[in-house]
Design a protein around this ligand. Structure first.
Ligand code: NI
Length: 224
């Protein structure tokens, strides 16, 4: 399931991020690639744990924690500290699957990457190419969203970023360990949740019973 999260960042939050991105130091993106993806990865990143990455990451995490659509779709247990990348001059990232387990730098913790997230930080008018292509059980999806919007997709999907042939693509990317590991179960809970919310807007009392079912399924399937 691919879920688009519109307006994750408000215009002033996006502008603050762009200022930090402009001033940041950038290094070769292969530093965080696994052995196989290093061969196809060609981009730049802000070093993990650098002051700029930390400050930017805090802004992204704050936006996520107050976004009901993100919480409903991801059911997050742990979120990897956000990373930031930049593509220009024909740079791209070929087909790969993200590593299943990631060590959270500077901590003894590991995260199982159930979901991958990309937050677009440059507007589509600023660059050509740079589409995120994700292959899931429903086929291939090409994603290129306005600045400040985000996409959430199963980390088990094969994906790539097409060459950026004009301008600069800026994005944040990171992973989420969900309370509900299984994509199909998480999708059912998300659809039930959305349905309950639509029903609530009509004033229908049946929503109370469905909400009880939602929580009892969550209790059955979630690790917290
Ligand atoms: Ni990836």
């Amino acid at each position: 399931m691919l879920v688009q999260i519109p307006d994750l960042l408000k215009p002033d939050e996006l502008a603050a991020c762009r200022r930090l991105l402009d001033e940041a130091e950038w290094v070769d993106g292969r530093v965080t690639a696994g052995h196989q993806s290093a061969a196809t990865k060609d981009n730049m990143q802000i070093p993990e744990g650098s002051p700029a990455a930390r400050k930017l990451g805090e802004a992204i995490l704050a936006a996520l924690s107050s976004n009901p659509l993100f919480i409903a779709a991801a059911l997050p247990l742990r979120v990897f500290p956000p990373l930031f990348n930049r593509y220009s001059g024909g740079q791209s990232f070929g087909d790969h699957v993200d590593n299943a387990i990631r060590h959270i730098p500077g901590t003894p913790h590991r995260i199982r990457t159930d979901l991958s997230m990309t937050v677009f930080l440059a507007d589509p008018s600023e660059y050509d190419g740079g589409e995120l292509n994700v292959e899931d059980t429903y086929g291939r999806h090409s994603v290129k969203l306005p600045a400040g919007h985000a996409v959430l997709y199963p980390a088990s999907s094969l994906h790539h970023v097409t060459p950026v042939t004009r301008g600069t693509r800026l994005a944040s990317f990171f992973w989420i360990q969900s309370m509900v590991r299984d994509d199909a179960r998480r999708r059912l809970l998300f659809e039930l949740d959305m349905s309950i919310q639509r029903l609530a807007r009509t004033g229908n009392q049946e929503g109370v019973n469905l909400t009880a079912i939602y929580h009892n399924l969550l209790r059955m399937w979630a690790e917290a």
